[in-house]
Design a protein. Structure first.
Length: 200
């Protein structure tokens, strides 16, 4: 079983508005992302929210997701990953870590990553573009306890560095795996990318 953890606890202070609820392709950013995840080969979806839990939850009405609130929305990303891991079913073989502000994610890319996890014999699969690691990534739940208790200072980056020999670097075909949305200019970039994909 593959379980997705969608990280949606950000405060969006640099955007000036809750970026997860901005319009995107006829819906909200977070609903678009969860739509893509739900259309991929994942079995369960956990969405980790923060201060805007109620609004984000309403935007996902109709989706079979488990909403988990991070009690410390000011914490770093690792805190939300831990919330998602703790809420994921015990029989998950691996978790897919998805950024809630990366709307260019596509279900086909997720399927590629999950396929590589099944075929490459590594416990961690990370998309790489021009030598840089991106998201989403797949991590075996063999590392669940380690992630829950270690890397307070180094975060997921420290975890990946510590297990470099167990990382499969899946070649990505687009820089979108490196790009999330923090500022209004990032949002405009993602809208334009979506428009180009629609007309490709």
């Amino acid at each position: 079983m593959i379980c997705a953890i969608v990280l949606a606890a950000g405060r969006s202070t640099r955007m000036g508005a809750q970026k997860l609820l901005l319009p995107f392709d006829g819906q909200t950013v977070i609903r678009h992302i969860v739509d893509e995840v739900a259309g991929s080969p994942v079995d369960r979806i956990v969405v980790v929210t923060g201060a805007d839990t109620d609004a984000v939850s309403r935007s996902l009405d109709g989706h079979e997701v488990r909403i988990v609130r991070n009690p410390d929305p000011h914490a770093e990303m690792l805190s939300s990953v831990r919330c998602g891991l703790s809420a994921a079913p015990a029989d998950c073989e691996a978790v897919l870590i998805v950024l809630g502000d990366q709307p260019s994610i596509r279900r086909e890319w997720i399927a590629e990553l999950i396929g590589a996890f099944g075929s490459e014999g590594r416990g961690i699969v990370v998309p790489v573009y021009e030598g840089h690691r991106g998201h989403p990534m797949v991590i075996t739940t063999r590392y669940r306890d380690e992630i829950l208790t270690a890397y307070d200072d180094a975060g997921l980056r420290g975890f990946l560095d510590a297990h470099d020999d167990d990382v499969y670097r899946h070649p990505a075909h687009t820089s979108a795996v490196l790009e999330d949305m923090d500022y209004p200019a990032d949002y405009l970039r993602e809208l334009e990318r979506a428009r180009e994909l629609r007309h490709a």
